[in-house]
Ligand binder design. Sequence first.
Ligand code: DCP
Length: 662
Amino acid sequence: MPVARPETSDSRIIAHVDMDCFYVQVEQRKQPHLRGQPTAVVQYNSWKGGGLIAVGYEARKDGVKRSMRGDEAKKVCPQIQLVQVPVARGKADLTIYRNAGSEVVSILARKGRCERASIDEVYLDLTEAAEAMLKETPLESLESIDEEVLKSHVLGLSVNGNDEKEIVREWLTRRDADHRDKLLACGAIIVAELRMQVLRETEFTCSAGIAHNKMLAKLASGMNKPAQQTIVTLASVKGLLEPLPIKKMKQLGGKLGSSLQTDLGVDTVGDLLQFSVEKLQDLYGSNTGTWLWNVARGISGDEVEGRLLPKSHGSGKTFPGVRALKTVAAVEKWLKELCEELSERLQLDLETNKRVAHTLTLHAHAYKSTDTDSHKKFPSKSCPLRYGAGKILEDSVNLFQAGLCEFLGSYMNSADGGWGITNLSVTASKIVAVPSGTCSITKYFHGQDRFHASLEPSDEKFAPEDDNLSTSMTESRSASHQTEIGGEQPQITHDTSSFDQYETTCKDEASANCSTSKHHEPQPRLPEKERNTNDGKRSYEQKRKAPKEKGTSSILRFLQPSSCSSSNQEAKCLSSGVQEAFGMESESLTESQNKRRTDSWRYNVDDIDQSVVEELPPELQEEVRTWLRPQKQVKANTEKRGSSIAHYFSPNKNEHTNPKKS
Ligand code: DCP
């Protein structure tokens, strides 16, 4: 659920930088003869020429769209150059795009706090850089302003066919301008310079939005593409937001946006303005109501997180139509490929960035041949991550089995036949830096208690089980990091079952074992009578909580003998499936053992990186987003703006050359 964070200041300067037709640019750099030609990148699956995933701007002019397949694109643009995504392990290999994104990030990070938001998007907090610039150089005294800055689009500025650059120059250098507009002008100068540096150093063009917060910057960055930038002045916010379809707003594309449409008749952001904050709070709870009220007014306190590396790693593949996987053996074969790729990336992250991941999650899309419940989702499952491709595979297979068992409703049915998997992915998240100061990564893993060193310090040591772990790295060990390296079979945490829930699904809420996930944000509960709107509509708040009544079947519930209710079917599922799969008997677990297991791993939805979601097959992206959306949790707004800007001008600030547009 969206969370209202207080706007720290409306004079922050935030930029959202978005690469133009990114994969196409990467391919054009690799094959320069493609430059200037209509080009598109197609998916690995070559059916009907392959699905287009990136379309160059020359091809867009000819009517080529991302929704097309290669064959259709050739019809509307016969001269189109189709480049296939690189392939490894029988699936798309996005390494070159990921690395290209990292090149860009390293340049953009020179001027301010930088958050890598996806494979080709970055947020920058340029407040300090802009303030420093303004202090040093009053804008009205600027003698020359680069062309790239003058090409900025200033929302709300009337140009009326006059000399646009001259009007922008006047706006940038107004002596009597509001201080916040002056800071925006400085932000525009800095961003233009960064974009030119990106072009010079990587040959990539990008577009940007410059505003007082992330939400507005993101809205603006796509308004003038390619290779342009757009400034959102305070005065333009209302006009920008009012006509926008409500479902297009970030975090409003799902159930909450639908509720606004159907329950309140809100179709545009402007429609939301008529509702008081009290009314919105009544309907959606205190946090979400406040957040909605703020959104309508362009207020957002979201901070730019200082994060240059991805929050998680994922590997996935789609198996559409007849390619659906219909046997456990087929699933295992593909899981092997996915897990090997994931393991390689984890290993690289460990060696390059000295980071370890803690949670493994398996997502899948499935259908039943005799489907009586076509809406039933394959539950996402997670467990502690153990390093090494073999262990990741072993755990992924167990997660899959547990998910399949639950999806089918009975473990006995999970034998081959009667079901199909159309999407499969494994994700490693909860990535933290290995603390420095000791002498080898292996020792770091040695030092981990098999469950959770920080919770239950133990003298017990475990031999490293992963021969691949680098021993040449700086040794690290910390009780504050928890890595599942021992031979213990992992605890599975049920994730999908907690859709739309912020409370444990178990009747016995005191039971730690019932906790399915997340740091639960207590949601304000309204008195029963207030939870109905006057016209008798069921409030969103009620609907949101409703699914918990259905009862979820977290495996954790089965591990506690006396707490959560479970159907006979579920019990059967556990006894013949989970216990067997995990070589354990629930009855034999003591309460403290159960609690210990549960406490050791709580999956944190914030550890999933948007960029990783975007790397999943498109069908799976929506699945994962649906899964993530309701689980976004309330976080204290404690992060302070960093102060990484020592100098706002690079030494070569006066060496700008006008970038050539590709
Ligand atoms: N991508 C993908 N599958 C999708 C959408 C995108 O693999 N369904 C990849 C290819 C894109 C990259 O992600 O190049 C970035 O996606 P964007 O949505 O930012 O689109 P582009 O960068 O291609 O174009 P634009 O210039 O419109 O941002």
